[in-house]
Design a protein around this ligand. Structure first.
Ligand code: FE2
Length: 441
């Protein structure tokens, strides 16, 4: 007898009527056959079952601090950094842990079971590092929390980061971070990239740098990051986060840059919610969107993932840690409304993000971890459109979060009707009209 069976599921690739059998925390069967014997059977009722959402870029140490010590009046990146500098000394170990655990509850409720969080190492006491290492341990049964040693004030510019960043790695932080565009000069930015890639290569670690997070069309740090990736033989192990300057770069230059990123097997991470609000602030009109070239990078075969980046912190007053909000915004900002493009945005918050994090055993195939999300939607595109209830969130074959199905009742024009937000004929993931109407939802 299996531990768990999820039957009558639609998968993100469009396969319908699928049954997923789970045993000892792993998926053991995936087929159209009905597997009857299981301790628990969940009828998906023709709804979408997806691998869990993955947040490829987040800041857990600052999450849920909005308004402390005061709100960000201008809403800009630089006022956010200044506010964070004021707030940092007042944070305590327990308070950071409490906020992080609360954020993890929000994430699980939304079906996100892996988060890569940058953690600021520009603090001689490494208070946030120690707190988040503790949280990583506390939540490991439910969430894969990966930590990046992030020198917020600049690896070379900060008076302490050259010491504290390696110390954070010694304590067990997983990934080497950086912020070359925040160093004093372009040359020092490049020097920081070289130093940090060497640290990662020497220690056998992954790299994920905030890179070219500006509207400067001449910012060139991602080019340096790609070059250093190849030089240090870190292909497939390096992420460039934000890359917003690519939005403003000269098209000819980008036609050379994207193949270089491809050669370096880099992942590009966009943070649509944050990029659309923080970039273009010096523009009058037209205002640039600031999101990196998601569509073109994907077309060139570069792995592209998305992150939430912030939830209610000095940089962003909104959010509930929903990766479908991220995909929804990314789709709009990137004008990715082609049927296949919408489907690709779903990958950016699931499989592509899992690849960026080097997650082990991720996916809906026999042998993978029995981690999945049942959504009140009929397809991946439907999920982005509706951002619906996560009916069940499953980790290692165990249901760890549930949300009731929501079906509003509307009294209109003398009739009472249940609203499902679905038309009778649904679009398939490939964009074709299905002959049959979707099942109950
Ligand atoms: Fe960030």
């Amino acid at each position: 007898m299996l531990d768990l069976v999820v039957r009558n599921a639609v998968l993100p690739d469009g396969r319908e009527g699928m049954t997923i059998g789970c045993e000892k925390g792993r998926i053991v069967t995936l087929s159209r056959d009905v597997v009857a014997e299981a301790e628990r059977v969940i009828d998906a009722q023709a709804c979408l079952v997806s691998p869990p959402f993955v947040d490829a870029h987040f800041h857990m140490d600052s999450a849920l601090t909005y308004g402390r010590p005061r709100v960000n009046r201008s809403g800009t990146l630089l006022e956010g950094i200044a506010l964070w500098g004021e707030l940092k000394p007042s944070l305590t170990h327990d308070e950071i842990c409490e906020r992080a655990l609360e954020l993890c509850r929000w994430a699980v409720a939304r079906g996100t079971l892996a988060i890569r969080s940058h953690v600021d190492v520009c603090d001689p006491s490494l208070r946030a590092v120690k707190a988040l290492l503790e949280v990583r341990e506390l939540v490991k049964r439910e969430i894969d929390l990966q930590l990046v040693a992030f020198p917020q004030d600049g690896f070379l510019r900060s008076p302490v980061a050259e010491t504290t960043l390696p110390a954070a790695l010694e304590l067990g932080v997983d990934v080497v971070g950086g912020i070359p565009h925040f160093e004093r000069t372009m040359a020092e930015g490049a020097a920081s990239v070289e130093r940090l890639c060497r640290i990662a290569a020497d220690r056998g670690l992954l790299v994920d740098m905030h890179c070219d997070e500006s509207d400067d069309p001449l910012s060139r740090q991602v080019e340096v990051l790609a070059r250093e990736t190849i030089r240090h033989r870190l292909q497939g192990r390096v992420v460039g986060s934000h890359l917003t300057a690519m939005h403003s770069m000269d098209n000819y230059y980008v036609s050379k840059l994207i193949p270089l990123m491809h050669e370096a097997e880099m992942t590009a991470i966009a943070n649509p919610l944050i990029n659309i609000t923080l970039q273009g602030r010096h523009d009058t009109y037209p205002k640039r969107r600031g999101m990196t070239r998601v569509k073109e990078l994907l077309e060139a075969g570069v792995n592209v993932a998305c992150g939430h980046d912030c939830v209610m912190d000095p940089w962003y007053p909104l959010g509930s840690h929903d990766m479908l909000d991220v995909a929804h915004m990314g789709l709009h900002v990137g004008q990715m409304t082609g049927s296949l493009e919408m489907r690709k945005m779903f990958d950016c918050v699931t499989v592509n993000a899992a690849r960026a994090l080097h997650l082990d055993g991720y996916g809906l195939e026999p042998g993978c971890w029995a981690d999945m999300v049942l959504l009140q939607a009929h397809s991946a595109v439907d999920a982005i459109r509706l951002r619906p209830a996560r009916l069940a969130v499953i980790r290692r074959g165990r249901v760890i979060a549930e949300t009731p199905r929501a079906v509003p009742t509307v009294h209109l024009a003398g009739k009472t009707a249940a609203v499902t937000f679905h038309v009778k004929k649904a679009l398939s993931p490939s964009g074709e009209i299905n002959a049959t109407s979707p099942g109950p939802i």
